[in-house]
Ligand binder design. Structure first.
Ligand code: ZN
Length: 264
């Protein structure tokens, strides 16, 4: 903390405690930990974002408990790591995430969305109850509190992508209302393997692109546009399908970038 976040460190009145003494890895992962840093004043936007990054880093530690012996993430090892938790999402969730074509960091991010562990403003606020986080609104639309359901589903930016994407893959928008629905949507109809792969890639690409957009809105104070979000998401879908899906072997990256939807 001292080296990576010197501003936060200076604010922190008690500087001696080791992170390991704060909590056990399992409760770090699944329980709401009250990280009482005792900051003497409310945090600025930048400090709040630094705190979010710090909390992210703290949570990386138990995340690696999901590695199997070969140092690879697997559904089995992750399921074993979370087995004591009665409220953990079902294995279907994890299969949907891990077996997609997305890179590991995006899968981790998707997994964190699935178990409600993304550091949105409301979640950071719960972790530092003694400070008032300001602003707590969604920095993309500035119209609602930044909770995960809003940011990833209901925010106008997110809604514009999902409406476009679900139209492309033929999914009825009324079947995807809650965040949890997104992790099962690929099972809703019986389609071929390419369709399933594209839907999984699209869901994760959308989440990831929305998160990148949200961070851009915070740090660069930029507005959003539907085309930009669509471009980013489509580029990711094409790349992931091309790089690791055997089902798309006959298609060049350029083909998929031009129109991945015609290949499913
Ligand atoms: Zn919003």
């Amino acid at each position: 903390m001292k080296e990576r976040f010197p501003g936060l460190y200076r604010l922190c009145p008690s500087k001696g405690f080791p992170i390991a003494s704060l909590d056990s890895p399992s409760s770090l992962l699944f329980d709401a930990v009250d990280w009482n840093f005792n900051f003497p004043r409310n945090l600025s936007d930048r400090e709040a974002m630094e705190l979010a990054t710090l909390l992210d880093m703290l949570e990386e530690v138990p995340l690696w408990a999901g590695l199997d012996d070969s140092e690879e993430f697997s559904v089995k090892s992750m399921a074993a790591a979370i087995s004591p938790v009665a409220t953990a999402p079902s294995a279907t969730f994890f299969s949907a995430i891990w077996r997609s074509a997305a890179p590991k960091k995006v899968k981790i991010f998707g997994w964190r969305i699935a178990i409600n562990r993304v550091n949105t403003a409301d979640r950071i606020q719960r972790q530092i109850p003694r400070q008032v986080l300001s602003p707590s609104c969604c920095m993309v639309c500035k119209r609602a509190t930044e909770v995960d359901q809003h940011l990833f589903v209901d925010c106008p930016a997110a809604a514009s992508w999902w409406s476009w994407f679900f139209g492309k893959v033929g999914i009825h928008a009324s079947s995807v209302i809650l965040l949890a629905d997104f992790f099962q949507v690929h099972t809703a109809t019986r389609k071929n393997a390419r369709w399933v792969a594209a839907v999984k890639a699209g869901v994760l690409a959308g989440f990831w692109a929305i998160w990148l957009l949200r961070n851009k809105c915070i740090f660069e104070d930029e507005g959003w546009n539907a085309e930009g979000l669509q471009d980013t998401s489509n580029r990711l879908i094409a790349l992931w399908l091309h790089s690791s899906e055997k089902d798309f072997k006959g298609y060049s990256l350029a083909d998929l970038q031009r129109d991945w939807a015609s290949a499913i």
